[in-house]
Design a protein. Structure first.
Length: 84
C-alpha cells in the first residue's frame, strides 16, 4: 500500500504574561529559543525558525504526523512557563 505523506507547517506566536518584557536579555532569549526547539523535537516536530523579541516568541515548525496543533501548543506553553 502506498504511504501517505504530509508536510504541515505551523506558525505559533505567543506573548509573555501581560506582555512584560521578560526576554529583554538576548542571551536569555536565545536560551529559551533553544529550549523551545528541544520541546518541539521531543514532540516529533521539526523546528524550522524560532525567534522573537522581548515580549513574544514566534515558532515555525512542522507538525508531527500523529500529533495535533493543540497538543503541540500545550506542550510548548507548559514547558516554557515552568518556574524554576
Amino acid at each position: 500500500m502506498p504511504q501517505s505523506l504530509a508536510n504541515i507547517l505551523v506558525h505559533t506566536v505567543f506573548s509573555t504574561k501581560d506582555r512584560h518584557p521578560f526576554l529583554r536579555d538576548k542571551s536569555l532569549r536565545e536560551e529559551l529559543h533553544r529550549y523551545l526547539g528541544g520541546i518541539l523535537i521531543n514532540q516529533d516536530c521539526q523546528p524550522l525558525i524560532i525567534g522573537g523579541v522581548e515580549d513574544h516568541v514566534h515558532l515555525l515548525s512542522t507538525l508531527s504526523r500523529t500529533g495535533t496543533v493543540a497538543e503541540m501548543v500545550k506542550e510548548i506553553k507548559r514547558g516554557s512557563s515552568r518556574s524554576g
